[in-house]
Design a protein around this ligand. Sequence first.
Ligand code: FES
Length: 149
Amino acid sequence: MTHRTVRLHVNGREYERTVEVRKTLADLLREDLDLTGTHLGCEHGVCGACTVLLDGAPARACLMLAVQADGARLLTVEGLADGERLHPLQEAFWTHHGLQCGYCTPGILLTAKAFLDEHPRPTRAEIREMLAGNPSVAAPAISSSSMRS
Ligand code: FES
């Protein structure tokens, strides 16, 4: 069997797609659901650009097969905002010029959301450790210029 039907709940919507069993979750999101905010960088699980929330926890969409996510609830960067109202993290990135080139930003935003859901009052050291999983150009600038102790 080379194809399988996958059912996903993504950003509040239900989807059903028949995909090749070897297709990654990142490619399903980008190619089949047109959710291109999930970016691909290294495609080896290192850079974090492809991070999505899978049942509330960060997951590297480049390392997961789409069929492994069958039945999961996913949040991608497209689902962060509430209509025209940006998520508070998006507002903070906007206000503090945290976007840099923006390529890694979706993964960082979702990693940060999951982290802050679990740690609503983190220390600077905890934030630095969290950002270390998304080694982008933007992370050092964000951690040094936009945060207060
Ligand atoms: S593209 Fe998935 S971790 Fe880099």
